[in-house]
Design a protein around this ligand. Sequence first.
Ligand SMILES: Cc1cc2nc3c(=O)[nH]c(=O)nc-3n(C[C@H](O)[C@H](O)[C@H](O)COP(=O)(O)OP(=O)(O)OC[C@H]3O[C@@H](n4cnc5c(N)ncnc54)[C@H](O)[C@@H]3O)c2cc1C
Length: 393
Amino acid sequence: MSAIKYKGVDFIDFDSLLSDEERLVRDTTRRFIEENLVPIIEECNRAGRFPRELVKPMADLGFFGASLKGYGCAEMGNVEYGLMTQELERGDSGVRSFVSVQSALVMYPIYTFGSDDQKNTWLPAMQRGEKLGCFGLTEPDFGSNPGGMRTRARKSGNEYVLNGEKMWITSGTIADVAVIWAKVEDEDNKVRGFLVETDRPGFKADDVHGKWSLRASVTSGLSMQDVRIPEANLLPGSGGLKSPLMCLNQARYGISWGALGAAMSCYDTALQYSLLRKQFRDQPIASHQLVQEKLVWMISEITKGQLLALQVGRLKDQGKVQHQHISMAKRNNVWMALECARLARDILGGNGIADDYPIMRHLMNLETVKTYEGTHDIHALILGEHITGVSAF
Ligand SMILES: Cc1cc2nc3c(=O)[nH]c(=O)nc-3n(C[C@H](O)[C@H](O)[C@H](O)COP(=O)(O)OP(=O)(O)OC[C@H]3O[C@@H](n4cnc5c(N)ncnc54)[C@H](O)[C@@H]3O)c2cc1C
């Protein structure tokens, strides 16, 4: 457990921009993380263990599908949802990833593209944490370019037969259901989404071992060999690559807030440490100009990132958000958080690499967060295309 207790970060009275309900969600999540995740996360990270015991308590607090309406979901506004992911990731990016996948990548597509039967079967159980999901888009040979996917679905009577491989799938081996994106042979290879129960014959999930990032999250490869599912398992409203990209937009929005949480954890730890640690003339290292400059960079960038995330959230609540807004927030805030983690690591000196403090874990986690849900550079291309009108993919 970290030697330093989190004090929270707010430089410009950001709290005054939030409603009472938004602050309540933030504070409730913060308390939950402080009491339940912080005491165990370093051990989980060492052991490469997902803290599954937290699934039920997180469900009880309404963390799953939190911004969806009905089906027992918490019906949070988008800023409340963002503040929740901020606090989750202040705890750990892997645990936030679990919640993002369950909510934005599994419950959201069922909610948005699913039939009434599918919604009634899955959403209440997933909200309660009784059923877990995963999202299979990436393949061994197609990450940034998912349109090249090889996974195929073929109609056979009143069933679909699925074949293919998915890679880097969060929660793959603990999921009860996988949202699988496949090209449908009988529909001119159009990409569509399918609900695949993970106990179906021919479906196999294996964990990725040797990860030095997101160690408290399950990451898996999926293999489907002639997996037969009823035609009712097709997500009827899905059609084209736009459908999984809509899901990714939901998740990326949460990440843009989540990264702030990781950055805040690093900044707060580095600030407190710099006041305690003394070097030269018995002075705290916080008295040295170079250390102050690092801390000032961190708090300035965190503050700008908060305002960006908040505005994107407000636009989302008004139904005005565009995918490029979310790309900018994800790209900027994750990069900023990674830089904060690196600066904090530096300020902690040797202690910066030890898990008595959360810094190195955040740093390693953020390397994944920079890559998944559209890499930093892919978001640059999305933004570049938007502002110039010219695609550089
Ligand atoms: C821990 C973890 C969990 C994940 N969870 C999930 C999940 O639950 N579900 C899921 O479907 N996927 C998941 N992913 C996969 C993730 O989304 C992909 O890793 C990501 O999309 C990048 O794909 P890639 O790894 O194949 O890299 P690549 O696409 O091979 O990219 C490699 C490098 O090339 C660059 N590059 C690629 N194309 C271009 C271009 N046109 N111009 C310039 N640069 C380019 C990229 O920016 C990157 O730097 C996860 C990944 C990780 C690491």
